[in-house]
Design a protein around this ligand. Structure first.
Ligand code: SF4
Ligand code: SF4
Length: 421
């Protein structure tokens, strides 16, 4: 990871390098949305009374990290944005849907409520919102199959199968492996968790243990400036994985990024900082983990005649691309699959516009960001988009469906598993 400079007043030399990579600025062309502008405004906020307009400006950031990567002074604008959001409580609940989404991720029982609200809102508002409104498209998203809640979440089903006093399944394997599912694979698309388990069993001979008290990684809470809430979620997750010292596999790239930064989130608490560092040391990124496993048993992968899609695009989640620089491993993993042609976008990878819950608060702007990406994707012959980030996956699924594109977006686990059946 890059060593970041201090976001102190005067550190920014206003060179504008960050502007050239900021997806929000590239979509709007408005200087007010630049990382440079946010650096400048932060110093104003410290000096003057805050106008609500400032709050809106700081909400318009995807926290993608592109500016941090580009800045010659290593200034961490995403961190600055989170700090400002935490100082401006009204930014935490920019819209009802955003507020409810974040709450739902923390409290699973509310998720079904969110789905119902989204569906109802679509029926109520869908008639009079403009056809090209991002909000209309977002609400329509709740009607799609990918967003229908399953009868039971993945962990909920496991709980139902275990005796009441058990907090996780036993592992007969040595060494075993633990599994952090993330909210999408737990609540909305449990087939991702089930398929990841299938891949673990295929490559290690054992099932991963799933601590039943794990919860949302807390990235959405942090992005909304709820730092205390993010810390509480981090502590819950650390505790729930302390029953053993197995490596911890995640099926979501963004969860992986956030989980491995827990020690920074808990830096002011010596006891929790150390527990967080031990936790982080056990984490396994999805594509890196399976690249190693499948490299050893590549004979088990079937030729491409047995699967529908032969040309695919891999979508780089920003958290892996800019912050952790994990871009080769997913591609190497896909290239292990016989007969698959991995294609690249003409101008290289782009942000999908998801940005935590950015797309719920600013659906039109998120769509503007995504439109450029989908236009580039349409130039390819690839019919399938692969990624291992829950947020990016949802954003792609929504964007492709809303734009009437025939392509589909799949989690890497699902695509790989098809080569094993
Ligand atoms: S690249 Fe860094 S120094 Fe240059 S304008 Fe952006 S934040 Fe300021
Ligand atoms: S984190 Fe991304 S969206 Fe936010 S200011 Fe930086 S480049 Fe722009």
């Amino acid at each position: 990871m890059k060593n970041c400079g201090k976001n102190d007043e005067g550190s920014c030399v206003k060179c504008g390098t960050c502007n050239t990579v900021c997806p929000v600025y590239l979509a709007t062309g408005n200087e007010i949305h630049t990382p440079r502008g946010k650096q400048h405004l932060k110093s104003c906020i410290e000096q003057d009374e805050v106008a609500s307009h400032y709050a809106d400006i700081f909400s318009k950031c995807l926290l993608c990290g592109a500016c941090l990567e580009a800045c010659p002074r290593n200034l961490d604008t995403p961190e600055l944005v989170i700090t400002v959001r935490s100082e401006l409580p009204r930014l935490s609940g920019l819209s009802f849907l955003k507020y409810m989404s974040r709450k739902a991720l923390v409290h699973p029982s509310l998720l079904s409520g969110l789905s119902r609200i989204g569906t109802a809102a679509n029926r109520l508002l869908g008639e009079w919102l403009p056809q090209d409104s991002g909000l209309r498209l977002r609400l329509q998203g709740f009607e799609q199959e990918a967003f229908k809640l399953p009868a039971a979440g993945y962990i909920e089903k496991l709980k139902a199968e275990l005796p009441e006093d058990k907090e996780q399944q036993e592992s007969s394997a040595d060494p075993g492996i633990s599994f952090f599912t993330g909210c999408l694979a737990n609540h909305l698309q449990p087939e991702i968790a089930e398929t990841t388990q299938f891949l673990v069993a295929k490559t290690t001979g054992c099932k991963a243990v799933v601590p039943l008290k794990q919860t949302c990684c807390g990235m959405a809470a942090l992005a909304a400036g709820r730092i205390d809430e993010a810390r509480e979620l981090a502590k819950k997750n650390i505790m729930s994985f302390e029953a053993n010292d197995f490596p911890i596999l995640t099926s979501c790239s963004s969860c992986y990024y956030h989980l491995q930064s827990y020690h920074e989130l808990l830096a002011d608490d010596p006891e929790w900082r150390e527990r967080a560092a031990r936790f982080a040391g056990r984490l396994q990124e999805f594509s890196t983990f399976f690249l190693e496993k499948f490299s050893e048993i590549s004979d088990a992968l079937l030729p491409t005649d047995t699967v529908a899609a032969k040309e695919v695009l891999y979508h780089d989640p920003c958290h892996l691309r800019f912050k952790l620089h994990i871009t080769r491993e997913p591609r190497q993993l896909i290239n292990l699959l016989p007969g698959i042609e991995l294609q690249e976008l003409p101008d290289g990878p782009r942000c999908c516009g998801q940005g935590g819950l950015f797309q719920v608060a600013h659906p039109d702007l998120a769509r503007q960001v995504q439109d450029r990406l989908i236009a580039d994707y349409a130039k390819l012959s690839a019919q399938t988009v692969l990624t291992a980030c829950s947020g990016c996956l949802l954003q792609w699924q929504l964007g492709l469906a809303a734009g009437g594109n025939d392509g589909k977006a799949e989690h890497l686990a699902i695509f790989i598993a098809r080569h094993l059946q």
